[in-house]
Ligand binder design. Sequence first.
Ligand code: NCD
Length: 306
Amino acid sequence: MNEFFNKDIISIRDLTKENLESIYDSTNKIIEMDSSERREIARGKALGYLFFEPSTRTRLSFQSAMALIGGTSFGIADVQSSSIQKGESLADTVKIMSGYTDALVLRHTLDGSSRFAAEISEKPLINAGSGTEEHPTQAIQDLFTIKKELKKIDGLKIGIVGDLKYGRTIYSLLYGLRNYDVNVHLISPESLKIRTDSTYDIKKELSYTESESLDEYIEDIDVLYVTRVQKERFPDMQEYQNVQGSYKVDSKLLEQSKDNLILMHPFPRTGEIASELDSTDKAKYFNQIKYGKLLRAELLRLVLTE
Ligand code: NCD
């Protein structure tokens, strides 16, 4: 039996390096599989999604991943149209949904929401974004993308730029990178540096620098991971105004970069990456999305089948 069968995926911290490497290997097997064979994997199974925050890629990629392996999916994408609007609790919503389905995917505004919901759910639950805390499947897909594009993770210099305070994809990515021998440069405005409650854990196993200047590192890095400023998470809009538009990655900036630099972004982008870069070999964000669907298909296979 595979060790993920019937298990929740809440934090990338729960996965070992061996787990991650075996997920990349088995995702490659899913890619190579014949499509009719793939459709047998989840035949007759249903995925339920509960999205308490907006989403385009994550929800649709889980849905398309489930379709790819022959299952169906349904759920709540807009809380306004559900009984949550009438005051139904998260606990009741999860309990009910888990009775209709074989696995759940949850996105919620609150830190800790996925762990809480997993305790209530009768079926395995996958965290698709919990507050500012984590977004584990995004980070596994990001690590997989780096491995696919650069053939390795160890030895790389990785620049992570943008909103490091509120961006949950960053936390999952940093926790995941602790398993590798990498140098990380964290680049953000002073007020959007990573939260000190998480650095304790990260510092023990990851070497990183913190700076405000992207120019300083652009020549040196192999991967540039760009994030948006998370407007909706700012308690004070004035603060947001002060930092929005702090970084802009464009062809001029990339003139100074290595030829084989790869440019990544979890999306949505809100002006941090100029669209003039989309057609260049460095832009890997659309590949990242493509790999995300395949990786999620594999994660669903793991939790749904023995
Ligand atoms: C991210 C998220 O929701 O955390 N989006 C995604 O799932 N790819 C990033 C973001 O919203 O900035």
